[in-house]
Design a protein around this ligand. Structure first.
Ligand SMILES: *Cc1c(COP(=O)(O)O)cnc(C)c1O
Length: 370
């Protein structure tokens, strides 16, 4: 049996969590949480990071900070996880779906340009598999039209566009530490506040709408309700788990990259498969290895064939513009997003996947293609 994914678990995880359990602070915003935030701020030169319960929560905080609401439009890729859309829909904004590129599942910026209107308040980009969108072009478009950029960098911890980490380029960015991501603490996320104009309000929104963070600094003698807000922090137990995991994040990534490159080479020049396209300014993090087949039947046949050998491979997102929830309001057709939905297959990939298992996967696929 070859599973699709196996999370790496640090040998220090239990002892770190034990330390959290015996510390005076169990609730969020304690020492472990601040250590994790500092890890990202220092390592990736990020202005302000907040640990959250999930990437979904971090995106909800981004939507609150952007103050989007009824009448506002937010352009998002159709080919993404539902959590890229829900935070804006929850605020009453309208999501406008953009198509994917043909070379990658990432948002097609030519299409985005045609979708920008007076009502557009923000663009959300999602870097599929840690492969960067052209962030120079995204930021130029946003500047030109006075709109904000949110990076759903759920896949992208440790991946770069030029010399800047993904999630750290748009006005706001988010990571996920869900069990399926490169670094996990079970469930967790990060909000990156890159534009300093959002920091003052973020301090309040993240503290349930109060000025508790000023109170903790001693600048006020009580804390009060100042604005809307939520309770997005994880407990210190989760933060301690993440802290233990982060100590090995780079090693895990390098193991993933080796295995990603092994697949890439094995499928180079094989007819009937489209390999991931990595542009020159991109340093990806091997979050997922995927192929695009020439049609859905072929893709499904590969998944079935692997399954018959107890190997778990997977399709991916169901394009949001044709989801049951959106079909009622939205009747567009987005050819590339639909193709990615129908034709992508993701192969087993995790930090200690044995090479013999990769060879088995590779030869089964090559045989099926012939
Ligand atoms: C995993 C994922 C999310 C959600 O992450 P959670 O931490 O589970 O909330 C959001 N967007 C994308 C693109 C994802 O892959």
């Amino acid at each position: 049996m070859i599973p699709f994914h196996r999370p790496f678990i640090s040998i220090d995880a239990l002892s770190m969590m034990e330390e959290a359990l015996t510390s005076p602070q169990l609730a969020g915003n304690g020492l472990f949480m601040r250590q994790c935030e500092a890890y990202f701020e220092e390592r990736y030169d990020l202005r302000k990071c907040y640990l959250t319960n999930s990437c979904t929560t971090a995106l909800e905080m981004a939507a609150l900070l952007l103050d989007v609401g009824p009448g506002d439009e937010v352009i998002i890729p159709s080919y993404t996880f539902v959590s890229s859309a829900n935070p804006f829909v929850l605020r009453g904004a309208t999501v406008v779906f953009a198509d994917s590129e043909t070379a990658t599942p990432n948002i097609d910026l030519n299409h985005v340009e045609t979708l920008i209107t007076e009502k557009t308040k923000a663009i959300l980009v999602m870097h599929y598999g840690g492969i960067a969108c052209d962030m120079d072009r995204v930021m130029a478009l946003a500047d030109q039209h006075g709109i904000f950029v949110v990076e759903d960098a759920a896949h992208s911890q440790g991946a770069f566009w030029k010399d800047q980490v993904l999630g750290g380029i748009g006005h706001l960015g988010t990571y996920s530490f869900h069990a399926t991501k490169n670094t996990t603490c079970g469930q967790g996320g990060l909000l990156m506040v890159n534009d300093p104009r959002f920091i003052e309000r973020a301090e309040i929104i993240m503290e349930k709408g109060t000025n508790r963070s000023e109170f903790l600094k001693g600048t006020v003698d009580r804390y009060e309700w100042m604005d809307v807000g939520s309770s997005p922090y994880p407990s210190e137990i989760t933060a301690a788990f993440l802290w233990a995991q982060l100590q090995y994040a780079e090693e895990v990534q390098s193991e993933l990259l080796k295995r990603w490159n092994y697949y890439f080479e094995a499928f180079s020049g094989v007819s009937g498969v489209q390999l991931p396209s990595i542009s020159e300014h991109t340093r990806h993090n091997a979050h997922t290895f995927f192929l695009k087949l020439s049609n859905q039947e072929q893709r499904d046949r590969i998944i079935e064939e692997l399954k018959a050998h107890q190997i778990s491979a997977s399709f991916h997102y169901l394009a949001l513009h044709r989801s049951p929830f959106m079909l009622k309001k939205n009747q567009v057709s987005l050819r590339n997003a639909e193709e990615w939905e129908d034709q992508i297959v993701r192969l087993p990939l995790y930090y200690d996947l044995p090479q013999e298992d990769q060879d088995t996967v590779i030869s089964l696929i090559k045989n099926t293609l012939n």
